[in-house]
Design a protein around this ligand. Structure first.
Ligand SMILES: CC(=O)N[C@H]1[C@@H](OP(=O)(O)OP(=O)(O)OC[C@H]2O[C@@H](n3ccc(=O)[nH]c3=O)[C@H](O)[C@@H]2O)O[C@H](CO)[C@@H](O)[C@@H]1O
Ligand SMILES: C=C(OP(=O)(O)O)C(=O)O
Length: 429
């Protein structure tokens, strides 16, 4: 299994290109199931999750071609995928594939809408909480589906097709909103989703659906209205930049000190996180290229932060902020309100000498002037990258084990960081 070795202590200086967002690319690829014409997606990141979803879609009979570079493309431009679901040969998404990536469960929405049936394995448990799918099932039932759980599968049927409905989510759910939105595009009549998730990835998917002929308005707000259409067609769409990758590298720079240009980043996608970084002592400026992050001289100031649905501080940046606060000049408090058990990084950060105590959903972090490198490993994606952030500032060597989590969500991580002066290398095998 690959590992990453980091020798801490170098400041980061240079440019980091921001990739397309994993959490938009996945539902956009799934949206291709809604049409028998080709959906062309640009700026798709090269990630393990994207490759796995290609396999899952392939299993349904979807044809995916990765187009070569075009003249004028940047050296590391994301890939362009031509996705054609002209013939769906199988409406079952099997356990061995779905259990490895939660978002693959979302195929249930488009399959039901277009094929009137789907049999999808319940997604695997995950290291950040129980993560049920009851609200996704509730939304599809409102749209007219009959769903039973049988043998670990959600078996869904809508023999008469789906129909429009009002779906009022009792809590904000990104997965629920994606699935309801995609399914409603082909339902007969109008669907209104209230208390919808407002994450930019939802608005990106809605933009793409509208290019495919859907009639969606209000995406990016808590009230989305979808007028169902009989058929969707092909389209071309570029995946928006990854705000979580952006925030992660911004925190890495705040941690090590230095001056880095996050190329292609869009500040409006992560304003709450940038505000927290400014409070912590980083200087953030927007320019034509993206976002510039600097911390020169000043220490790291402690912060009080609670995670919240968009536009609040993202849970997907909570672990990275905690790593940063391990070196703050004072005590910070970070409260996790989205997932009940997203603190697996706490015990690993302790290996660097960090002082963190947990009380329910709140972590208190007593900042320390120095961390020391250590062997570490993590059980989820963002926790893993928080260990990389700690390691970049720790004295001596850190070995990060089990890095397949990192490969799920960070494209060329070690290449991007070493180009800015980090001492970081992947050790294969
Ligand atoms: C691929 C992707 O985009 N993943 C993101 C997505 O996950 P995901 O879409 O799974 O997260 P949700 O927004 O659905 O979950 C939010 C909360 O609602 C709960 N819930 C959800 C569905 C349900 O049927 N019942 C239920 O109780 C969850 O357990 C959680 O406590 O949004 C999360 C919250 O921003 C991010 O951390 C993930 O990175
Ligand atoms: C939790 C995440 O992903 P997933 O929802 O696919 O587990 C994430 O991207 O941080």
């Amino acid at each position: 299994m690959d590992r990453i070795r980091i020798i801490g202590g170098n400041k980061l200086n240079g440019t980091i290109p921001i990739s397309g967002a994993k959490n938009a690319a996945l539902p956009l690829m799934i949206a291709a199931l809604l049409t028998d014409e080709t959906l062309i997606l640009e700026n798709v990141p090269r990630l393990a999750d994207v490759a796995l979803l290609q396999r899952i879609l392939g299993n349904h009979g979807v044809d995916i071609m990765s187009a070569g570079k075009r003249p004028g493309d940047r050296e590391h431009q994301g890939q362009t995928l031509h996705i054609s679901a002209a013939n769906i040969i199988d409406t079952t998404a099997p356990y061995d594939l779905v259990s490895r990536m939660r978002a693959s469960f979302w195929v249930i929405g488009p399959l039901l809408a277009r094929m009137k049936e789907a049999k999808v394995s319940l997604p695997g448990g995950c290291a950040i909480g129980t993560r049920p799918v009851d609200l996704l099932i509730m939304a599809l039932e409102k749209l007219g589906a009959e769903i039973v759980i049988d043998g670990g599968y959600a078996v869904a049927r809508a023999p008469q097709g789906l129909h429009g409905a009002t779906i009022d989510f009792p809590k904000v759910t990104v997965s629920g909103t994606h699935v309801a939105l995609m399914a409603a595009t082909l339902a007969a009549g109008t669907t209104i989703i209230t208390n919808a998730a407002c994450e930019p990835e939802i608005a990106d998917v809605a933009d793409c659906l509208n290019k495919m002929g859907a009639k969606v308005s209000g995406a990016g707000t808590p009230r989305i209205v979808i007028e169902g259409v009989a058929k969707l067609h092909g389209a071309r769409h570029a995946v928006l930049p990854d705000r979580i990758e952006t925030g992660t590298y911004a925190m890495a720079v705040a941690m090590t000190g230095g001056d880095v240009q996050l190329q292609g980043a869009r500040p409006e996608l992560l304003q709450s996180a940038l505000d927290v970084l400014t409070q912590a002592g980083a200087t953030i400026t927007q320019n034509n290229e993206g976002i510039r992050v600097q911390r020169n001289g000043a220490g790291i100031r402690p912060v009080e932060v609670s995670t919240a649905p968009y536009p609040g501080f993202p849970t997907d940046l909570q672990a990275q902020l905690m790593a940063l606060m391990t070196r703050a000049e004072g005590a910070s408090h970070i409260t996790e309100t989205i997932f009940e058990n997203r603190f697996m990084h706490v015990q690993e950060l302790a290996r660097f000498g960090a002082r963190i105590t947990l009380d329910g959903e709140t972590a208190t972090i007593e900042g320390r002037p120095t961390l020391r490198g250590a062997p570490v490993m993590a059980t989820d994606l963002r926790a893993s990258v928080s260990l990389v952030i700690a390691a970049l500032a720790a004295e001596g060597e850190t070995m990060v084990n089990r890095i397949y989590h990192l490969d799920r969500g960070f494209e060329r991580l070690e290449e991007k960081l070493s180009a800015c002066g980090a001492s970081i290398e992947r050790i294969s095998g």
